[in-house]
Design a protein around this ligand. Structure first.
Ligand code: IPE
Ligand code: IPE
Ligand code: MG
Length: 259
């Protein structure tokens, strides 16, 4: 390993100054995932175009990224665009892509300065070329970030993730490089888009919908769920901190019994 890499802080050495908010740094979720929902309804309530809801929603993204970094979350994954969202009207998709492009351009220096590394999961090759270019440039610019990893789920679907994994494993098997017995839960995880991420400890969904909407189907097997009625553009630091505190009172048993 090159010495340059050795000198860098590891993700795990990130100090967690959670105490300021009465959050126990030792019981922070390592990985928080968020289904950011309700932008359209937020706009509709105000008789605005849905796109205005997405614009306001990008403010909430900023707040959540900053707060996560501040309290010491190591992985934050944001579900920004699903495989099913391609079926929305072309005008809305175009606006969302433009917004994503603008967000990456305006935020990347702050990300880099705050030691945040950007990654993306999903069918990146389906995004418009100009967005792919900005995304790859931002990933490259922030690649040395060690304090937090921000994962954007873009054209992501849990089922596509699983199908893609099955195809890769099948190809290896045909080549005789993988026996059926070698296929274990860990191996399956290592073929998913999220292969380098721990499973989410906490999954938050805004806008009150009691569903997963094809997000990380395999990875959330034991995630703690928190669904709030708040629409994404109204989601703020206070509520996020409240949810993190609430998470700390959860009893995660993983199917076992105590003692
Ligand atoms: C979430 O808000 C953003 C995306 C799915 C891209 P919505 O656009 O789904 O807003 P609602 O659910 O229609 O209110
Ligand atoms: C889930 O929200 C996808 C994202 C937040 C990117 P949707 O609005 O697409 O999901 P449904 O239609 O309510 O299930
Ligand atoms: Mg929605």
């Amino acid at each position: 390993m090159p010495s340059k890499r050795k000198r860098k802080k590891s993700l795990n050495s990130n100090p967690a100054p959670g105490n300021k908010y009465d959050i126990d740094p030792a019981r922070l979720p390592v990985h928080v995932a968020i289904i950011m929902d309700g932008n359209g309804r937020w706009a509709k309530k105000r008789l605005l175009n849905r796109v205005m809801g997405h614009e306001k929603g990008s403010e909430s993204v900023r707040i959540v990224v900053r707060t996560s970094r501040e309290v010491g979350i190591q992985h934050l994954t944001l579900f920004a665009f699903s495989t099913e969202n391609w079926e929305r009207p072309r005008t809305e998709i175009t606006a969302l892509m433009k917004l994503l492009n603008r967000f990456l351009k305006t935020e990347r220096n702050e990300m880099r300065d705050n030691d945040i590394r950007l990654q993306a999961i999903g069918q990146i090759d389906r995004l418009p070329e100009y967005v792919q270019k900005t995304l790859l440039k931002t990933i490259d610019l922030t690649k040395d970030g060690r304090a937090m990893q921000l994962n954007l789920a873009l054209s992501y679907g849990g089922r596509t993730d699983i199908v893609r994994m099955a195809r890769m494993i099948s190809r290896e098997s045909i080549k005789g490089q993988l026996t059926p017995e070698a296929i274990t839960p860990d191996l399956v995880s290592s073929y998913l888009y999220t292969k380098d991420l721990p499973d989410p400890d906490l999954l938050i969904r805004t806008s009150g919908e009691m569903r997963i909407s094809n997000f990380m189907l395999w990875q959330i097997a034991y995630s703690e769920l928190y669904i709030t009625d708040t629409l994404w553009p109204d989601f703020d630091k206070k509520e996020y901190l409240h949810i993190l505190k609430q998470y700390q009172s959860r009893d995660r048993r993983f199917g076992k019994i105590k003692d």
